[in-house]
Write a protein that binds this ligand. Structure first.
Ligand code: F6R
Length: 331
């Protein structure tokens, strides 16, 4: 059956399939090291880039930039690894940027299920990893993230141990499925009829944005997020008036940096003066990928339960489709 709930329930199977696709990707050998990396993609196809760039921050010898725009940064050139991620293969911003990166001599790798991007990759001889079609892009984060991890390991931007972490993830999700789903349900009940406010330590910003996007698209709700420490230097001052419509989630990592943990505790103490609705969502697992995926999967379940509580169809995103066709008609 094709529906958002089933896709979330079958996430472990997606991860197993995604790993096989990555192992058989047949990427061209790395003949000379790259000097910078761009990951270009929007929405459900862009968020994997944000998450992988955070994971790579402590490991990659070269800068990794996430690009969610029509244009490439000026530094893109022959020493750039340019990764284009578009599930449909037809997202205009990603297509335009990919053409520009090609013109500037970048090495291009594509992740897609088809569309124009796959055609361009075939015409120009790019490495092209094809993932299964028939999903909605936001339901395919396992596919896109696993391909990005494979590309990063191939280019020595992440250490080989990440391959082991990745191999164990499907089993980790399977073994923890009922606990992660239950946490998601609890979170949905907490967020119902609220404006969710998500605060996370900055190394978890990607998964926090993912939760925001899932709440937007699946549950049809507005939501905002910010990160610690940056929000300690501005947004924290905005907490001055009681507002029980705001439901605040502190997304935490038990092994996070001790100074950020202290900051989080301080923020909780400020926020609880102004709303009764605050909670903590803590990452579980023993390695960086387990932590990230425990949060992604809990958040995905939360968005499914929220859509059901709100009585809306998690699959429907008509306004995005209408916008895309309006733009397609613009010459
Ligand atoms: C739809 C979704 C959107 C798309 C975005 C880009 O499920 O999540 O955010 O991911 O509009 O489209 P693609 O992924 O086809 O490049």
């Amino acid at each position: 059956m094709s529906d958002m709930r089933t896709w979330v329930a079958e996430f472990d199977k997606q991860l197993t399939d995604a790993e096989n696709i990555s192992r058989n990707a047949g990427l061209k050998p790395v003949t000379e090291p790259v000097q910078n990396v761009i990951i270009s993609g929007l929405g459900g196809s862009g968020i994997g880039g944000t998450i992988v760039s955070e994971l790579a921050k402590l490991h990659s010898p070269v800068p990794v930039t996430v690009n969610k725009d029509y244009f490439c940064p000026a530094f893109v050139g022959p020493h750039t690894l340019f990764i284009a991620s578009s599930y449909s293969g037809n997202t205009e911003e990603t297509l335009q940027c990919t053409e520009e990166a090609f013109r500037k001599g970048a090495r291009v790798v594509v992740i897609t299920s088809g569309g124009r991007l796959q055609q361009i990759a075939a015409e120009k001889g790019f490495d092209c990893i094809v993932v299964p079609g028939g999903y909605h892009p936001r339901a395919c984060l396992g596919y896109s993230l696993f391909q990005l991890l494979g590309i990063f390991i191939h280019y020595n931007l992440l250490p080989p141990v990440f391959e082991e972490y990745r191999s164990g993830l499907a089993a980790f999700i399977r073994e923890n499925e009922s606990a992660l789903q239950a946490k998601g349900k609890e979170l949905a009940l907490f967020l119902k009829d609220s404006i969710p406010v998500l605060y996370a330590e900055s190394h978890l910003e990607g998964v926090t944005i993912r939760l925001r996007q899932q709440i937007n698209e699946n549950a049809k709700m507005l939501c905002w997020h910010h990160v610690i420490p940056e929000m300690n230097h501005n947004e924290l001052v905005g907490w001055r008036n009681t507002n029980n419509n705001l439901a605040v989630v502190f997304i935490t990592d038990p092994d996070g940096y001790y100074r950020n943990r202290e900051r989080t505790q301080y923020c909780i103490n400020v926020v609880k003066k102004y709303t009764q609705r605050y909670t903590e969502l803590s990452a579980s697992g023993s390695n960086p990928l387990q932590k990230v995926f425990s949060l992604i999967h809990t958040g995905d379940w939360a968005s499914i339960y929220l859509s059901e509580l709100n009585g809306v169809d998690a699959m429907e995103i008509d306004v995005i489709h209408t916008l895309k066709s309006t733009l397609a008609d613009l010459k």
